[in-house]
Design a binder for this molecule. Structure first.
Ligand SMILES: Cc1cc2nc3c(=O)[nH]c(=O)nc-3n(C[C@H](O)[C@H](O)[C@H](O)COP(=O)(O)OP(=O)(O)OC[C@H]3O[C@@H](n4cnc5c(N)ncnc54)[C@H](O)[C@@H]3O)c2cc1C
Length: 499
């Protein structure tokens, strides 16, 4: 039986990101993916938020995405745009880039890291015991792994087979989304009427002076709210045509669809992200309406939270209990996404009273403090893992500061390219002795003269040192002494090496 330390079911954005993270940590990881290639029939997600661009930057691959997409102010809440151009980040914007391109670029990175992908095969079941998991594939083969991670999307077989509950809320609205051609010039743009919100646009666009400018030709992207919630089968051209007629009174001679899909506002979250040797990430762990464009972003960031932890457990530098922090940290993040998408769906209901509420919320969000708070939430920049009381940096993202070192200038994110922990000493050089962790933690002496500014919180007191996890979150903040450092190193990066 072929063995891998970790098998990932599903090579969508989450599975690819996780595979990259594990491979960087030297873990023998393989992906099992149903699709024959990375090609995606439709475009699906529209892009990346600021924090996701940051996590890609932490690995040195953000430019691959930025060079292909359109940087723009993409954050918004219930239709109100939220500008983040004044936020303290190197990427105070989002990126318009369709999911098929995001997946292609991620797959290229994973390929460079030499992760094997078992394509055109599905995970059909598994059996776990005390030492590992036997993963059954649709071609009759079995793989043996220390851990299995279900990144297999909203209908996750791994989640179901593990018997993990998926509580939440049934859909209240249903929409068709498609890429088509039309015989007649349609009425472009967003339309809101009794059934809900609909839109007709070109797939290809550019952002010029902050405005989206659609190309003159090419495929048309249709989004149309359906009259009823209920149908669950594969939607057809006829369904699409009828939905168009119900809204615009014509189907504009719709033809040649390359993709027709249905999405709803079904909102559910896995009750547990782990059952012993089986874990869940991405849509397998949480589904919600696409409002706010958060699904792919949340999945990629799940992967970045889980990757280094799972690597340390597999490499036996940390106890299995480290994996409990994955659920503890990421479940609340997705729960908040579920809550804000439910609120946004409620706010886009077409009746006059809801419109009045939506306008009222929009008025609030134009005030500076609410704008900053909601923008930080929607862009993922305010994520705060509860690592206890202490300095405001504790549990928050490390800013990408321009440091000065004995060897010249250095960006913090450059230090994270290999997905290793970093102890950044900003005080007297050589202040800390971390010899028992020297193989695991990169210790750097540097100077930073600027302000420490965090999204929403503003300026915070400059720390004397910080311990940065591979996912870019701060695990310990030094006050000029090493109080608590050994505990933090042990908690996050395993017990000290024997002398
Ligand atoms: C209309 C629409 C618009 C959206 N817009 C945005 C947006 O703007 N921003 C955003 O962040 N998100 C958006 N999303 C959500 C986003 O598309 C998903 O959250 C994202 O694709 C989740 O990634 P994933 O890797 O977790 O799951 P998926 O992308 O579903 O990938 C799962 C993978 O697993 C494979 N698979 C499934 N079962 C098996 C099996 N048993 N064995 C092997 N392989 C299997 C599948 O083939 C697939 O490749 C949107 C979604 C929709 C529908």
């Amino acid at each position: 039986m072929t063995e891998h330390a970790v098998v990932i079911a599903g090579g969508g954005p989450t599975g690819l990101m996780l595979a990259g993270e594990l491979a960087l940590a030297g873990v023998d990881v393989a992906i099992v993916e149903r699709r024959p290639s990375q090609d995606l029939a439709g475009s699906r997600a529209g892009g990346l938020h600021s924090r996701t661009i940051e996590v890609l930057d932490q690995r040195g691959i953000a430019d691959r995405f930025l060079s292909e997409g359109q940087a723009a102010q993409v954050a918004g809440f219930a239709g109100t745009p939220l500008d983040i151009s004044d936020f303290p980040t190197r990427h105070p914007y989002g990126l318009g880039l369709w999911q098929n391109h995001i997946e292609r670029i991620l797959a290229g990175w994973v390929d460079e890291l030499e992760v094997p992908i078992y394509r055109e095969r599905e995970v059909t079941g598994f059996a776990q015991d005390d030492t590992g998991v036997d993963v059954e594939l649709s071609d009759g083969q079995s793989l043996r792994a220390d851990y299995l991670v279900g990144c297999d999307g909203g209908r996750s077989l791994v989640r179901k087979a593990a018997g993990i509950e998926f509580p939440g809320w049934d859909p209240t609205t249903s929409s068709l989304i498609a890429e088509v051609e039309m015989g007649e010039e349609p009425e472009w743009g967003i339309r809101q009427e009794a059934l809900g919100i609909h839109s007709l646009s070109r797939l290809e666009y550019e952002v010029r002076d902050g405005e989206v400018v659609y190309m003159d030709g090419g495929p048309i992207r249709v989004m149309v709210t359906e009259e009823h919630v209920g149908p669950t089968g594969e939607p057809t051209l006829r369904d699409l045509s009828e939905a168009l007629i119900a809204v615009w009174g014509t189907n504009y001679g719709v033809h040649s669809p390359t993709w027709i899909s249905r999405f709803t506002d079904m909102t559910r979250q896995a009750a547990a992200y782990r059952d012993r040797r089986v874990l869940l990430a991405g849509d397998a762990a949480h589904v919600h309406a696409p409002d706010g464009g958060q699904g792919l972003n949340t999945g990629v960031q799940d992967a970045v939270n889980l990757g280094w932890k799972l690597a340390q457990v597999v490499n036996r530098t940390s106890p299995e209990s480290l994996l409990d922090t994955y659920h503890a940290e990421r479940h609340p993040v997705a729960a908040r996404v579920l809550r804000n998408t439910m609120a946004q769906v409620a706010l886009r209901r077409p009746d006059e009273r809801t419109k009045a509420l939506r306008d009222t919320i929009a008025e609030l969000l134009r005030m500076d403090e609410p704008r900053r708070r909601f923008a930080a939430m929607m862009s993922g920049l305010d994520i705060h893992y509860d690592l206890g009381e202490g300095h405001p940096l504790l549990g928050r993202r490390m800013p990408d500061l321009d440091l000065v070192t004995a060897n010249g200038p250095l960006r913090v994110f450059t230090l994270l390219h290999d997905a290793r922990p970093v102890l950044l000493n900003l005080g007297e050089p050589g202040d800390f002795d971390i010899t028992p962790w020297a193989h695991r933690v990169l210790a750097i002496d540097a100077k930073y003269a600027g302000n420490w500014e965090l999204p929403v919180l503003g300026q915070v007191a400059a720390p004397a040192a910080v311990l940065i996890r591979p996912d870019g979150y701060i695990a310990w903040v030094g006050d000029g002494t090493d109080t608590g450092l050994r505990d933090a190193l042990t908690t996050w990066f395993g017990p000290p090496d024997a002398a």
